[in-house]
Design a protein around this ligand. Structure first.
Ligand code: M6R
Length: 609
């Protein structure tokens, strides 16, 4: 997904822009560029491919300016090419843009008829041309940008510089994230905090409709409807080191191993000391929604959707509140039945997923109380929700979601306990017992990480497979789906997650001596049934990789390999049993030499529908 960095200060900006873009690489991109305000005009340098190609081009230039913008592009309109890469210019005006301008064809026609010449296939290029037109009509840069964004349909985060106005950096947003970073004698804009975290920790999150005029001294913000506004300055606690690899080979690996700490942070302050209580830490409105609603509709994408599937088991089982779970991309086509009695629970690591945001809008229109579970503080979904439960996992950079998933699960479990207690479905004794069990989760995850070296050898045994099957039942079924998603997205081995009981209704036809079948069969209510499924696979010479409890001595006789998980409360085991599957996917991808943190065709934050 595209990334934006902008700088106005006293230092040459090119290294700051390039470093910022590097920190946004995880978002995925296919081309990149920078624009720097120089004495003779704005100089634009762009290239296709990785940032190294851009750096190579910049080596031959003498860019010294102290105001500029940079961009990494993930193509939506027009192929990845140098002409389509940002920044885009019209005369002295230069723009970088994230999002999609839905009425760009109409605007392009209008501008072309007025003599404007377009050099790219992008929707973005209409923006500098519109600004240029309003400048010619007599507006100053700020007013020209204001008039421009009033003409745009769709989503945008833009940063603008102009040779004719060299001491200002302008930014505006609607439905695409943008922050302003405040430094000493310098101001930054960025689509994502890590881009400029090495320079400042003080951030303003721009709201939809905001237009920011940045100077070396600070920022002035006006809102399209409200006029001048004061936005809160947030001091972000993440250190630059937290956003880096910290000694691990990949961000994904670091994030897998961070899970015990991340889970402890999720639980921190939420489990009542000395008495049986769970505090959601989402404000009064979160408590109110959890207590009042008669039904819950969970909506999310990808890994977050899998967390929602586990959440359904817990909330229905513990609180006896009916739960439906939908993929955000399908939600609006279902004409969902929502209203004040049906809570909408959105789950999103990034808080910026376009499909999930669209589901939120649908829920808002239909009057549902809206709760979200999110990792990124101040992102769009929490800000548009009535209440938010933060997962506190810290920045997740690897495209493959890991610690975000397990912390989402922990948060969902706390929500289930809170709802169960509030509705009198859990006795104080039951609640206290479950609280003790959840306290033990970080330790159990820590223990399952100890199998890492063994899992690497198992990964070696499946790395040449072209296809694989992941089977689970009950609470372990969503974990089978998640294990398959992890393997396919980073190792590119086809992987299907299936409810084990469904195997005989179709997928069993795939089983032969080449097919690895990962069977989630830890101790618990579905253990015996899973054992039967394992036998069915073995009878057809399939290769069984069992995820099994430490105490299960027998399983080794029935499987080619065993991935061990500690003996643990079956209700909470999904948070633990997913860990060996994350490691299996990770090692398989590393052995195959794929781009683990930025798998092909994928982006961390999917901000287009
Ligand atoms: O930021 P979100 O949780 O809303 O993202 C949802 C999905 O795009 C995400 O989980 C995706 O499936 C990951 N690549 C899975 O590892």
């Amino acid at each position: 997904m595209c990334g934006i960095v902008g700088y106005i200060g006293r230092q040459p900006c090119t290294p700051i822009l390039v470093e910022g873009l590097k920190r946004l690489e995880y978002r995925g991109y296919d081309s990149a560029g920078v624009a720097v305000v120089e004495a003779g005009g704005v100089r634009v340098v762009r290239s296709v491919g990785k940032l190294a190609a851009l750096e190579e081009k910049l080596r031959g230039t003498e860019l010294k300016g102290t105001v500029g913008v940079g961009h990494t592009r993930w193509a939506t309109h027009g192929r990845p090419s140098e002409e389509n890469a940002h920044p885009h210019a019209a005369g002295e005006v230069v723009v970088v843009h994230n999002g999609i301008i839905e009425n760009y064809l109409e605007l392009r026609g209008e501008l072309s008829a007025a003599g404007h010449e377009f050099l790219s296939e992008t929707d973005t290029e209409v923006i500098p041309h519109l600004i240029q037109r309003f400048l010619r009509d007599g507006a100053d840069l700020e007013e020209a940008l204001r008039q421009t964004i009033a003409r745009l349909d769709g989503s945008y985060a833009v940063a603008v510089v102009s040779a004719a106005d060299p001491d200002r950096l302008l930014a505006a947003r609607r439905a695409s994230p943008l922050v302003v970073g405040l430094g000493e004698g310098e101001t930054f804009v960025a689509s994502d905090i890590p881009a400029v975290l090495g320079h400042t920790r003080r951030f303003i999150f721009l709201e939809d409709g905001d237009l920011a005029v940045c100077t070396r001294e600070g920022v002035r913000i006006t809102h399209a409807d409200q006029g001048p506004v004061d936005r809160e300055v947030h001091v972000v606690q993440w250190t630059p080191a937290m956003a880096e690899k910290g000694g691990y080979k990949h961000f994904m690996q670091k994030e897998i191993f961070e899970q015990p700490r991340a889970l402890a942070d999720t639980l921190s302050g939420r489990l009542g000391a000395g008495r049986a209580a769970v505090h959601l830490d989402g404000g009064d409105q979160a408590d109110e929604i959890a207590r009042r609603i008669g039904r819950l509709h969970i909506v999310a994408c990808g890994t977050s959707y899998h967390a929602g599937l586990v959440g359904k088991y817990w909330i229905e089982g513990i609180a006896r509140v009916p739960v439906e779970v939908s993929l955000a991309s399908e939600f609006r086509y279902q004409d969902p039945i929502l209203g004040p009695e049906t809570g909408l629970l959105l789950i999103s690591q990034s808080g910026e997923t376009a499909d999930t945001l669209a589901a939120l809008a649908e829920g808002r229109e239909k009057g549902a109380p809206i709760l979200s579970i999110c990792n990124v503080v101040g992102s769009s979904i929490p800000r548009a929700s009535d209440a938010v439960l933060y997962t506190h996992a810290g920045p997740e950079i690897g495209v493959a979601s890991t610690k975000a998933f397990t912390t989402q699960l922990a948060t969902l479990y706390l929500l289930a306990l809170h709802m169960g207690a509030a509705r009198g479905r859990l006795s104080a004794e039951d609640l206290a017992e479950r609280i003790e069990a959840v306290r033990a989760v970080p330790g159990a995850v820590e223990r399952s990480l100890e199998s890492d070296p063994h899992i690497e050898t198992v990964a070696r045994s499946i790395m040449d497979a072209t296809s694989s099957l992941f089977l689970g039942r009950g609470l372990q079924f969503p974990i089978a789906l998640e294990g398959a998603l992890k393997l396919k997205e980073i190792s590119y081995i086809h992987a299907e997650g299936y409810a084990a009981g469904e195997m005989k209704h179709g997928p069993i036809a795939l089983v032969d001596e080449d097919l690895p079948v990962v069977a989630l069969s830890p101790q618990g209510a579905t253990y015996e049934k899973m054992r039967s499924n394992i036998q069915e696979v073995r009878a057809r010479r399939g290769r069984v990789i069992a995820v099994a409890s430490e105490s299960d001595a027998e399983i080794a006789d029935h499987a080619e390999s065993v991935l061990r998980v500690p003996d643990f409360d079956p209700e909470l085991l999904p948070i633990v049993s997913v860990v060996p599957l994350q490691l299996l996917a990770y090692h398989t991808a590393v052995l195959k030499g794929t781009d683990v943190d930025q798998p092909r065709n994928l982006a961390k934050s999917v901000t287009v529908e």
